[in-house]
Design a protein around this ligand. Structure first.
Ligand code: G6P
Length: 612
């Protein structure tokens, strides 16, 4: 949520800043700005996307070897030019970009106003930059670094900041508490960004700044300490992304590219974990905690958004196969409700980005209560990866489309591996069943390829429903979360109101919505719920609802009964969620496309939500 970049080094800062912002735009895209310094500070910022900023920028920004940039997801104050970052201090000494929320900004602002500071914007960020300015101008022999430390000591809330000061040529100061920051080490240059993608092509070596750390970066020198000026620990890692991952290739949108990547990303996620003979699963990241996990009193899966939907699928899989009680919690609820946890509970946090604030705070709270904390995460080096006792990485690669697709199926793949592994370790399934289920999972990429091959048919069906204003998605068992996820995809990118419901609950409310205008998407492959869901379909049909059903290939009965079908190959119920979601992702994509929506950057959303 909000992307930050910074540069100091031997080259002109602007090219890295503008390209870095383009790569971070998935984090927020309602306004953008850049500040550079060649002894005097210059800023350009505007409402809109980075491309709009690029059009605004005159040649005067291509000066100076130090600079900062920002792409915004508004928290305080509407998206407009004034509220866009960077913000200047009133005296013009400092420019600052910020990701996060300063919770005590009202009180700080009041104090500063009493001291004569005037504000141009409605943001909390402008309060922070003026607070830094205050310590700088009022203190005796206070340099920029000390002023930033003094100001941060007064701040309550979350921040990732990058600051430049007019008086300190060629110096960049960055600090984080809650919001991620990465430093790239180049040849005679340092780069800063909210994640490692802007570094690709610039730097091979990166440092993930730890929470509460601050870096003073000069052209030839990097100093990392805590915000309180104490020694800090940090590690230099190799960059793990490549240019291909952040490039759309021949696809019209990142989302479409990412949907089509799923045979590969699911394969990447299970490859190396499934033995060549398909008889066993090994989860390297869990080796040490596996004994604790197999005897867990309870597993609690937490996450937000799509990751929460993956957790719901995981609940069905773990309870069905491993027979361990599972609870699924929205991280944003879990963290506030003082849950009862003990040392024999295992909390598994699921997060694509590894930076979602609610999930991180929930992890910390669960740790304090003594639970074992594991992570399922897509980003090595992210906060979730660093703050959990152990975990399993999904290998989905960089996901750029704001609506999550391949990260979801990678999470479900990991949860399937985990459920089967636990089931076998706990003697809940035989070796033979174990091998059958492993083979079923390894057959998924090919089955997804056949669904993807029919994408134009899905586009054609989407064209018949693009004018709808509401949609209802129904499913049962592990396909109920797939109905929720299908509905979420549609609402996120096409702005259609869509609701996911457990099919058995339909008669308790949503059936009142059914008429001949309402598309009802029913996830109804042949499984143990089939007869029940066919009855639900009859109930919708009797009320003239337009049914689109996800069916098992060759299901003539349902083909006859409903308006449209998305066929998926026959599969074992343990792995059907991985297939059933694919046509729903494509359906949402094509509806959004046909409605002229911005598929990769839907309004009001951001990919990484680092505010509460
Ligand atoms: C945002 C994204 C969703 C994502 C959710 C949780 O809302 O738009 O796609 O599912 O955050 O993010 P996480 O990175 O923790 O999985």
């Amino acid at each position: 949520m909000c992307g930050i970049v910074g540069y100091v080094g031997k080259d002109i800062a602007y090219p890295f800043l503008i390209q870095g912002l383009k790569r971070l735009e998935y984090r927020g895209y309602d306004s953008a700005g850049i500040a550079v310094s060649d002894g005097s500070l210059r800023v350009q910022k505007c409402k809109g996307k980075v491309a709009d900023l690029e059009r605004h920028v005159g040649s005067d920004m291509a000066v100076g070897n130090v600079g900062i940039g920002h792409t915004r997801w508004a928290t305080h104050g509407e998206p407009n030019d004034r509220n866009a970052h960077p913000h200047f201090s009133m005296n013009g000494h400092f420019a600052l970009v910020h990701n996060g929320i300063i919770e005590n900004y009202t009180e700080l602002k009041r104090d500063l106003e009493q001291k004569g500071y005037l504000f141009q914007s409605e943001t909390d960020t402008e309060v922070l930059v003026n607070l830094i300015d205050f310590f700088y101008t009022e203190g005796e022999e206070v340099n920029a670094e000390t002023a930033v430390r003094q100001a941060l000591a007064r701040v309550v809330g979350a921040f990732g900041i990058a600051v430049i000061c007019e008086g300190e040529k060629d110096q960049l100061i960055v600090a984080r508490r809650g919001s991620p920051l990465v430093i790239g080490i180049g040849q005679g240059s340092y780069f800063v960004a909210s994640d490692q993608t802007p570094m690709i092509g610039y730097s091979e070596n990166i440092i993930y700044l730890n929470d509460n750390d601050m870096a003073i970066i000069n052209k030839n020198c990097l100093t990392i300490k805590t915000v309180e000026d104490k020694p800090a620990r940090f590690k230099i890692s190799r960059i793990s992304k490549s240019v291909g991952e952040i490039d759309k290739g021949d696809f019209a949108h990142f989302m479409l590219k990412e949907i089509f990547e799923q045979p590969k990303t699911i394969g990447d996620t299970f490859r190396g974990r499934i033995s060549a003979d398909r008889h066993s699963i090994s989860l390297g990241g869990l080796l040490e905690v596996l004994p604790r996990l197999t005897v867990a009193r309870r597993i609690i899966l937490i996450g937000c958004g799509t990751s929460w939907h993956a957790a719901l699928v995981g609940e069905y899989l773990i309870e069905t196969y491993a027979r361990i009680p599972v609870e699924v919690e929205l991280a944003s609820e879990f963290r506030y409700r003082n849950p009862i946890l003990s040392a024999d509970d295992v909390v598994i946090a699921i997060s694509q980005s590894g930076e979602t604030t609610d999930t991180l705070v929930a992890i910390r709270m669960a740790r304090e209560k003594g639970a074992t904390i594991l992570g399922i995460c897509n980003v090595a080096g992210s906060s979730v990866a660093r703050e959990t006792d152990a975990g399993i990485f999904t290998h989905a690669g960089t996901e750029i489309g704001v609506a999550s697709t391949k990260a979801f199926t990678a999470q479900v793949t990991v949860l399937t591996l985990l459920a089967l592994k636990l089931a076998f370790e706990r003697n809940e399934i035989s070796s033979n069943q174990y091998s059958i289920l492993i083979s079923e999972l390894s057959g998924i990429p090919d089955k997804i390829r056949t669904i993807l091959a029919g994408h134009l048919q899905i586009k054609e069906i989407a064209s018949r429903y693009k004018e709808a204003s509401n949609a209802l998605y129904l499913g049962r068992g592990s396909l109920f979360p797939i109905a929720l996820e299908g509905a979420l995809k549609l609402k996120e990118i096409s702005y259609l109101h869509a609701e996911g419901y457990a099919a058995g609950e339909m008669k308790h409310g949503p059936i009142a919505l059914v008429d001949d205008n309402l598309p009802v998407v029913v996830v109804s492959p042949r499984d143990s719920y089939y007869e029940k869901i066919v009855s639900n379909i009859q109930e919708v049909k009797a009320r003239k609802g337009n049914i689109i059903a996800v069916v098992t290939e060759g299901d003539e009965l349902l083909k006859e009964m409903v308006a449209d079908v998305f066929e998926i190959p026959d599969s074992h119920p343990a792995v059907t969620p991985l297939l059933a979601i694919i046509p729903l992702q494509l359906f949402a994509y094509y509806i959004a496309l046909l409605r002229g929506c911005d598929v990769d950057q839907p309004r009001n959303l951001a990919k990484s939500v680092t505010v509460e």
